[in-house]
Design a protein around this ligand. Structure first.
Ligand SMILES: [Ca+2]
Ligand SMILES: [Ca+2]
Ligand SMILES: [Ca+2]
Length: 309
């Protein structure tokens, strides 16, 4: 009994001596570091430049914004080492450089210093696909938007992937849009493109008043697929106009420059053209909205960022 007690006591006293020594060592180290910092800072002693470069290089190997690229790499590329998404198109710098998302969705032609918009266009069974002219018009319309990019260029690059639905979705009321969104904007239907691509379903809209509906902001839209000859078209087809209009609802969202329905006074994002104006006269992006997109990037949707993706 006595012997056990004595061992325990000895161990306890050794432990307290060790703790005290560690504390002193820490204090001495801290004091030494402080002294070195003061001496170097005052210029009494200079650190060799190569050592400073080495430290800079090591720090630059860190990936502070967690986009998959080291800060050294980002400086070489011209992207912001402190921003996950330099150009504000909601695609990470690392994804754009690899041209592939972490989920495995291909992003051909992505540029971390230019705004890119990836869209899956899905056609209903009884709908004609966009013609080559319509697709070329879509690319031109977006490229001509006066949105400025970090590389000094202007415009948005739209990238389309086309797929066919095996059914003919019909939209009769606005509330059905959420049903179709929940049905198609899924992993099962979009695969790895979910959460990086927008989805534009080209189907059938019952009734004459609406040509399309788009989430404001969001990633889903529904567009009338039939050519409606009774509606006057501008220099692009009504389908190109509508796909553009609904995608703009997705990426612009609600701003101080849009009304309560997300529309602007004139331009692609207007509710249906001003009285007396021709469709061609409405083929522009309002400069205030373009400036907003240049500064803020694409709108964040709470539903996608927190719930869906
Ligand atoms: Ca980084
Ligand atoms: Ca980006
Ligand atoms: Ca980009």
């Amino acid at each position: 009994m006595r012997r056990d007690w004595s061992w325990r006591e000895s161990i306890q006293s050794i432990g307290s001596v060790v703790r005290r020594l560690v504390r002193y060592a820490l204090l001495v180290t801290l004091f030494g570091a402080l002294l070195v910092a003061i001496v170097v800072g005052l210029g009494v002693v200079s650190v060799p430049e190569t050592l400073g470069d080495e430290v800079d290089h090591l720090v630059g190997e860190l990936d502070v914004d967690r986009d998959g690229l080291s800060s050294n790499r980002e400086r070489a590329l011209g992207t912001d080492p402190w921003a996950w998404d330099t150009d504000g198109d909601r695609l990470g710098d690392g994804w754009e450089v690899k041209q592939r998302t972490d989920e495995g969705a291909d992003l051909p032609g992505a540029d971390p210093l230019r705004t890119d918009l990836y869209v899956q266009v899905s056609y209903a069974t009884d709908v004609e696909a966009l013609t080559e002219t319509e697709k070329a018009d879509l690319r031109e319309v977006w490229a001509e938007m006066p949105v400025s990019n970090p590389d000094g260029s202007a415009g948005i690059d739209i990238h389309l992937v086309e797929t066919a639905l095996e059914e003919q979705p019909v939209l009769t009321t606005g509330s059905e849009m959420r049903d179709y969104q929940q049905r198609y904007y899924t992993r099962a239907y979009m695969g790895e493109r979910q959460c990086s691509y927008h989805l534009s379903v080209v189907g059938e809209i019952a009734g004459e008043g609406i040509a399309g509906l788009g989430e404001t902001p969001g990633r889903f839209s529904f567009v009338e697929g039939e050519y409606r000859s009774n509606i006057l078209e501008g220099s692009v087809s009504l389908r190109v106009n509508t796909v553009t209009h609904e995608l703009l609802h997705n990426v612009v969202g609600q701003t101080e420059f849009t009304d309560e329905t997300g529309h602007t006074e004139g331009g692609w994002l207007s509710a249906g053209g001003d009285v007396g104006s021709t469709p061609e006269a409405e083929e522009y992006l309002s400069p205030t909205v373009a400036d907003h997109l240049s500064e803020e990037g694409f709108a964040e949707s709470e539903y996608y960022s927190r719930v869906r993706c």
